[in-house]
Design a protein around this ligand. Structure first.
Ligand SMILES: [Zn+2]
Length: 334
């Protein structure tokens, strides 16, 4: 019988994470509550996802979870630096040594400017590195339903913010109604600036969305991507071309995209040699962590500690700042 993987042993494992959203408004709300700021509505966390369908389900879930109703005045340089620092502190406490944080919030970008937002995040990052040694890169998220012109504008600014720590571009949002071709130019601009491309695909949509993310947008990583398992040719392609999948099982289960952990294709993809990695997606909203994801993978899908180490290696090698990720893990290994 395989040795039991304990939560402690998973916690102790130096880890890397590629898919985590800043969850700006949710973190700002928590920060404001800690500071007892007035004029906030009561937080209400997660609505019942079963009431919604398809992408709308995700949007509603997220909207209800982190909904507006926080004052614009909370979007300050100082607060954004603080919430970035807090995310990294929580990751460091979970023994995550390298993390890529993605940010795409409309209000933050509108109120502080994209560069302003990233400069504030860079400040939080510097403080976290100094205190915990954790390394981090930023991904700027393009939200599909804001349209291709907006995406191009954001991509151009992201490409000029490498000095703030931007290492990649992420495409998220409504896969069904906003096909990848609309964002080809934005991704090209980012690639030309040396940024990595990751695309949310194969989550709400099937394998075709993963194919197009790779062919039309030059994605080297896929956010979620677990529905690739439905297409054996795609599985072979992902393995041969070393495309990394950023799998977030708790997110998929909570959104009702897979019935439960035991049914999650993570195991099948891993066994097929695909570079799958584990990620927490929206840890505050979903109440998860990387240790939790890994421990569940061990318990429900029989991953061994060695398997988990392999997935951490896949994450480090798939990182858009692979050198920082590898160095951070090497330091942790002593
Ligand atoms: Zn995501």
């Amino acid at each position: 019988m395989a040795q039991e993987v304990t939560r402690e042993s998973v916690h102790a494992l130096p880890k890397a994470e590629l898919h985590v959203h800043l969850e700006t408004s949710l973190r700002l709300r928590r920060l404001a509550q800690e500071l007892h700021a007035p004029s906030l509505v009561e937080p209400y966390l997660v609505s019942d996802p079963k009431r919604h369908v398809g992408y709308d389900r995700l949007r509603r879930l997220r909207y209800l979870g982190r909904a507006g109703k926080i004052p614009d005045t909370l979007y300050t340089h100082r607060n954004v630096a603080q919430i970035t620092y807090e995310l990294l502190r929580e990751a460091a406490q979970d023994n995550v040594r390298y993390v890529e944080i993605r940010v795409g919030g409309r209000r933050g970008f509108a109120l502080l400017g994209i560069r302003g937002m990233l400069e504030a995040m860079a400040e939080g990052r510097a403080r976290a590195r100094e205190e915990f040694g954790i390394r981090c890169g930023f991904l700027v998220t393009l939200v599909r339903e804001r349209g291709p012109e907006h995406a191009l504008e954001v991509a151009e600014i992201a490409a000029s913010c490498v000095d703030c720590g931007v290492v990649g571009l992420d495409l998220a949002g409504d896969e069904e109604n906003f096909p990848p071709a609309l964002f080809a130019r934005a991704c090209e601009v980012a690639r030309e600036a040396g940024l990595g491309i990751t695309v949310h695909a194969g989550e709400f949509s099937g394998p075709a969305s993963v194919w197009t993310a790779i062919y039309q947008l030059g994605a080297r990583r896929i956010g979620h991507g677990f529905r690739a398992v439905e297409d054996p040719e795609l599985v072979a392609y992902l393995r041969e071309h070393r495309i990394t999948l950023e799998v977030c099982p708790t997110s998929n289960v909570r959104l009702g995209l897979v019935p439960g952990w035991k049914e999650h294709p993570l195991r099948a993809l891993y066994d097929a040699g695909v570079r799958v990695t584990l990620n927490s997606d929206d840890p505050l909203l979903l109440r998860t962590s990387l240790t939790w994801e890994m421990h569940c993978a061990a318990r429900e899908l029989n991953f061994t500690l060695d398997d988990l180490r392999t997935m951490v290696r896949y994450a480090a090698e798939g990182a858009f700042d692979a050198r920082a990720a590898t160095e951070a893990l090497a330091v942790a290994a002593g």
